[in-house]
Design a protein around this ligand. Sequence first.
Ligand SMILES: NC(=O)c1ccc[n+]([C@@H]2O[C@H](COP(=O)([O-])OP(=O)(O)OC[C@H]3O[C@@H](n4cnc5c(N)ncnc54)[C@H](OP(=O)(O)O)[C@@H]3O)[C@@H](O)[C@H]2O)c1
Length: 352
Amino acid sequence: MTQFNVGILGATGAVGQKFIRLLQNHPWFTIKALGASDRSAGKAYQEAANWIESTPMPDNVKDRVVRNCMSAQFEDVDFVFSGLDSSVATEIEGDFAKAGIPVISNAKNYRTDPTVPLLVPEVNPDHIELIKTQTFTTDGSGWIVTNPNCVAIPLTMSLKPLNDHFGIESVVVTSLQAISGAGYPGVPSLDILGNVIPFIGGEESKIREEPLKLLGKLKDGKIEHASFPVQATATRVPVINGHLLTVNVKFKKSPADFKEVVQAMKSWRSPIADLGLPFAPKFPLEIFEDERYPQPRLHADSENGMQTAIGRVRSGDVMDVSYIAMAHNTIRGAAGGAILNAELLVSKGFIS
Ligand SMILES: NC(=O)c1ccc[n+]([C@@H]2O[C@H](COP(=O)([O-])OP(=O)(O)OC[C@H]3O[C@@H](n4cnc5c(N)ncnc54)[C@H](OP(=O)(O)O)[C@@H]3O)[C@@H](O)[C@H]2O)c1
């Protein structure tokens, strides 16, 4: 397998640190360059970053000098991962794409751009064809691919087999989101300890809209979005990692009972299962029958944090079915999801 040199933009942040940890010993990707703001540029990484990962800072980044996030300083990489703050991602990611450096981003800024794939490899791998419609460069060398919001990922992973089987009429979802989703230092401890915060700014619109693009169909170089309504409530809870969702779904074609829904989830096969991608979970969905599960502390790290755990699937009186979905927000919902996107792009020849 060809080796690729990668850069990380926003390398000092919570998502950037996760990239650094997850890319250690990656069989295809080697970290070549780290970028952050003017506050960090020019410093050794260990001085610039407040390391919050639970494993020690890897030796291969400690003394690396952090660069400014300017494309001219990243000419030695094949592509970049971005964990940039959204206040700067539009300009910086656009600058890299225009310079012919592909960007695989976690930031929200380009997710709704009709030419930019919003990608979950197990859900919509065909959407990568949208890259060919981007105009950042005349020769197609620079482009942007995004991964979805950290709630939209487990929600859409769980809805995919259900939409294929029964057709979705409507969804009502409430998220119980971990504090690591707010970056560092994130939510003040006096606000979150022993408490629930019933609002996360900007989150509910992403939960409503992103699954519709992900479950949309690619036709003539455009995505026709799925059209069912999603009603979302986003809350922050004192959990460190793992966003847990309560999901209620009404179908176009009602299943006989919830067991048919379980069967649809269990029999679903990931379209990327045979591609040999290093970060692809062997079982993208785990369906628990034990009513105590899933729990963030017990299951967020399953399959290296790349699995979506489902539980408590049951019939409802108002909607057809209710269940719990849960996934690791900074791995599956951010850096790990972006790494899997990059692996798919390599396997399909978009990065070579
Ligand atoms: N945390 C999650 O679970 C999660 C999940 C999905 C998506 N995301 C998205 O991923 C992105 C990063 O989130 P995070 O939680 O890692 O945030 P964070 O901890 O606040 O990190 C932000 C990063 O952006 C850099 N940055 C800020 N201003 C900059 C500038 N003017 N020029 C260059 N770099 C700049 C920071 O560098 P300095 O250290 O030098 O300031 C830092 O490396 C956000 O867009 C977020 O919405 C996060």
